[in-house]
Write a protein that binds this ligand. Structure first.
Ligand code: IMP
Ligand code: MG
Length: 184
């Protein structure tokens, strides 16, 4: 889905598809160089990171494995509680593996910090992180080795990111009109 398809609901586009593609290509080139000759497992957090994982993995020039995890960190619905629950776990043992967590956007950083610690606790050989990020809202320190665009403190949708489970299939990243939230 493109911006034009939902023009009446969009306030403005923040990152175009072309900009996403070029940033992901940049990150993928760096990761391909750093991990060439090593066995790399990409871990994506469902559902938001799926679009990034697909684009990123296809832009890599090295073979990798992929796995998924579904996490819930929102205790009361709106504010990240820091208490992370695993809804669906990885299907592989990560012991001794080099892992790259591929995320969409980090808000408070709580979910990602928890996941990185958990994978290390399970015996991963290394855990690095790649994503697009929203740094102004960061509450927890997470080391993001491969960092994409930094965006302002605005709620965004598209490229995997949703508002009430919608707009994930938009091919760029955009801010919705306030009326869309009021109508909820
Ligand atoms: P936190 O870092 O634990 O607070 O939560 C991060 C997760 O919240 C991200 O992986 C996204 O799935 C989601 N999220 C954060 N900011 C946005 C946004 O602007 N739009 C949609 N989802 C968001
Ligand atoms: Mg997410």
């Amino acid at each position: 889905m493109k911006i034009a398809d939902v023009q009446d609901q969009i306030d403005h586009e923040l990152i175009s598809k072309a900009q996403i593609d070029s940033k992901i290509a940049e990150l993928a080139a760096q990761v391909s160089e750093d991990y060439r000759g090593r066995d790399l497992l990409l871990v994506a957090v469902l559902k938001g990171a799926v679009n990034t994982l697909v684009a990123f993995s296809q832009a890599l020039s090295i073979p990798v494995q992929m796995d998924f995890m579904s996490l819930s960190s929102y205790g009361d619905g709106t504010v990240s509680s820091g208490t992370v629950t695993v809804r669906q776990d990885l299907s592989v043992d990560v012991r001794g593996r080099h892992i790259l967590i591929v995320e969409d956007i980090v808000d408070s950083g709580r979910t990602l910090a928890w996941l990185a610690d958990e994978l290390k606790r399970r015996g991963a050989a290394s855990v690095e992180v790649a994503l697009l990020q929203k740094p102004s809202r960061r509450e927890v320190d997470v080391d993001v080795k491969y960092s994409g665009y930094e965006i302002p403190d605005e709620f965004v949708v598209g490229f995997g990111l949703d508002y009430a489970e919608r707009y994930r299939n938009l091919d760029s990243i955009a801010v919705l009109k306030p009326a869309v939230y009021q109508g909820a």
